[in-house]
Design a binder for this molecule. Sequence first.
Ligand code: HEM
Length: 247
Amino acid sequence: MAQHRRSYDPRRPPRHISDAVLEGAEQAPGGLGRAYAEATMTDIFGAGQDTTATALCWALLLLLRHLPLQRRLQAELDRVVGRARLPTADDRAALPQLEAFLCEVLRYSSFVPVTIPHATTADVQLDGFYIPRGTVVFINQWSVNYDPTKWKDPHVFDPGRFLDAEQQLDRDRAAGVMIFSLGKRRCIGDQLAKLQLFLFTAILLHQCAFEPNPAERLTMDCVHGLALKPQPFTVSVRPRGEPGGAL
Ligand code: HEM
């Protein structure tokens, strides 16, 4: 960051994310100031890189497991965006199938199954349970995302569950997915993460067709850690040509 600060030129367009953060935090009138530039970069990379990359890996794996769905998402992109430009954030509202797919990727993979531990600072009564002060508490996000009283056939991958009768994104359903935790310490990057996931997936699907390696079995088995990651898999990627040339 110190190096970028030295070479930063406010008269030029931002070269990368650190220029944008320097501009927002340090240069803009009323900006947060120097200390926040470093802290923001630490958050974006420390908390946001591995999580967002993991979500993309699951999205890719699920696109390989559901090839007809991949084609439908490409058809939606071709119809809404066309082939003459790339998808942008402004296209989000017009791409409900892609939004629904991403919601289902987050729900179905539930790749942050339990949140970062917190501890009670006082004795608490919650839904009839007594939790003494100083108890370490985790939120079980996986059980929320697989709650059969809330989700029909929770073990089935079905992006359609997030679409209403008009085939628009059902925002209440979408808000029911829990992967960014709850409360005061919930993820501060959730909107940025969703935007990044949308842009990466939209541009990749618009530009490329993805095919699985027939020698591999694509499962939801995972490598365990703070975030659950897919088992390593390979993928064939080829550029898409004109509309109708997908796969
Ligand atoms: C799909 C991607 C992401 C997922 C699933 C995710 C999930 C989470 C979860 C579960 C927490 C723990 C909340 C708790 O303590 O209960 C968290 C915290 C946090 N996340 Fe994210 N996150 C993602 C992307 C990002 C991005 C892109 C940023 C970039 C700014 C970010 C910044 C943070 C920060 C700073 C915290 C700590 C908040 C605090 O302790 O007050 N996250 N995230």
